[in-house]
Ligand binder design. Structure first.
Ligand SMILES: C[S@@+](CC[C@H](N)C(=O)[O-])C[C@H]1O[C@@H](n2cnc3c(N)ncnc32)[C@H](O)[C@@H]1O
Length: 473
């Protein structure tokens, strides 16, 4: 393997499945355009790290790099690389013991990036402060809280069961002056993984974890022998970090069990996993418990390293499709959550664009919505509905109530059955009308809303194509 391109990592290499491009179907907008600092974070490790350039900035790293090559068999070299990247890219200072995991920065950063998008795409207004997260098994590096707090005004609870890791995690928080933001909390192996009640905390925005992967020392050893991880990677993980009852699936199942009790008290429950088979087992478990608002993604770093993350929520906001269906793996296709974004119609570019857009805007505006706002400039809008207010049954119900002298003021309602985003994209030869399922648990409402939107679009212009509106799984 080419030393220039390789990124270090600590965990099991996974399937024999061929690499597939990341991303989900559908040309879709993000509801929140990334700001410039966010763009910088998003692009940070889009290209392989230039070790030569890094060595010119960092004397400790320069001492371990040979030209453009790093020896990933050498734990000292791996540590020097992690420290140099954290310093250069995040202004963070790290101290790690020789006998604990040294986190590969790009992979850990990928998880934080996904989490940010997951949170941003599941709220109408992104919160600028007050976001509280939990990192279960923070390790000696305390890497996720450090990365998270550097990029966003977040706070963290960081737990672990390993005294040595806890001691170093505490030190790493202090040396970066983040004591006010990160609380390191010791736990026992049999304690609850989500310690909200023990800490007297009502609710948090998310939890995250990179769980121990293996079921036993034996599995860990066999995995290494079978070269189930890259042979050239220095792995400094201690057994407490790498082995747990039931492996990573067992660990995540414990979180699912706890989530069934805690439900809305945690906005998003998430975990990274190192095996493709674990994603399948976790999604099956979620479905068994009737949890259908979930997200699956894949982190690809370099040529070989793949990891996955799964998140689920009992709240009603649904993530953007690229976040929820973030894997193009054929094996995972049947395990992804339902499609939540769709282009419903393509219209010929004929008359006035704004007239057509206004017609669609008004058709939606005439519905009995709890909320509807349209951005003329961007040609996109957001709405919330208390019910299936675009179908005939609703109109009949409303008419009857009016005849009976009753009024329904949908704007008074707090809970929406369905939230949506509608957009119009203008291309060279056509206008594309599409929508996203933003809120609610009922896939049928999204399906029928697409039917309504297709008709509204059809009424405005010459239709080139109606898309298949059936949400696919
Ligand atoms: C694979 S390591 C991840 C460390 C770090 N988060 C990272 O990504 O580099 C798993 C961590 O989980 C911790 N751990 C294992 N069981 C735990 C439990 N029941 N509660 C909290 N942490 C636990 C281990 O001590 C270890 O630090």
């Amino acid at each position: 393997m080419d030393g220039k391109r390789k990124q270090p990592h600590d965990e099991p290499e996974t399937t024999g499945e061929p690499h597939e491009a990341r991303g989900s179907s559908g040309a879709k907008m993000q509801s929140h355009e990334p700001s410039d600092p966010e763009r910088r974070w998003n692009e940070l490790y889009a290209e392989p790290v230039d070790f030569k350039e890094l060595s010119l900035r960092d004397a400790a790293f320069a001492a371990v790099v040979k030209g453009r090559d790093v020896n990933f068999n050498d734990p000292k070299a791996v540590q020097a690389l992690t420290k140099a990247l954290l310093k250069r890219d995040f202004g963070l200072c790290l101290e790690t013991p020789d006998d604990r995991l040294c986190p590969p920065v790009a992979n850990r950063h990928n998880y934080i990036l996904w989490l940010k998008k997951l949170l941003d795409s599941t709220c109408y207004e992104p919160r600028s402060a007050g976001v509280l997260g939990l990192d279960i098994g923070t390790g000696a590096s305390c890497i996720y809280p450090l990365l998270g707090c550097t990029q966003r005004p977040w706070s963290f609870i960081a737990t672990d069961i390993d005294p040595k890791s806890l001691e170093f995690a505490e030190r790493n928080v202090k040396r970066n002056g983040l004591e006010a933001k990160i609380k390191v909390v010791p736990r026992q192996p049999t304690d609850k993984l989500i310690p909200l009640d023990d800490l007297g905390i009502d609710a948090i925005d998310f939890c995250m974890t990179n769980p121990p992967f293996y079921t036993s020392d034996e599995q860990m050893r066999k995995s290494a022998e079978a070269k189930d991880r890259p042979p050239s990677t220095a792995c400094t993980g201690a057994a407490v970090e790498m082995v747990t009852t039931g492996g990573e699936v067992g660990f995540v199942k414990r979180i699912i069990e706890e989530s069934l009790e805690m439900k809305h008290r945690v906005g998003w429950y998430t975990s990274m996993v190192g095996f493709l088979a674990s994603v399948i087992a976790i999604v099956e478990e979620l479905r068994t418990h009737g949890i259908h608002n979930y997200a699956v993604t894949e982190f690809v770093q370099g040529n070989k390293t793949r990891r996955w993350a799964v998140g689920w929520s009992f709240r009603t906001m649904r993530p953007a499709q690229a976040i929820a269906r973030g894997s193009a793996s054929a094996t995972l296709r049947a395990y992804l959550p339902p499609v939540s974004e769709a282009d419903v119609a393509r219209l010929e570019l004929g008359g006035s664009i704004s007239k057509t857009a206004n017609g669609i805007r008004d058709a939606i505006g005439e519905l009995d919505l709890m909320h509807w706002v349209w951005d003329q400039q961007k040609m996109q809008g957001t709405g919330r509905a208390a019910d299936n207010v675009w179908n005939r049954a609703w109109r009949r119900k409303k008419k009857k109530m009016e005849m009976d002298g009753e009024t329904i003021d949908v704007r008074e309602r707090q809970d929406a059955a369905f939230g949506f985003e509608v957009w119009i994209r203008v291309g060279k030869h056509e206008m594309v009308v599409g929508c996203r399922w933003l809120e609610g648990h009922d896939a049928k409402l999204f399906e029928s809303f697409q039917g309504f939107l297709t008709s509204a679009a059809k009424a405005q212009g010459s239709l080139l194509k109606v898309h298949n509106n059936k949400p696919k799984c």
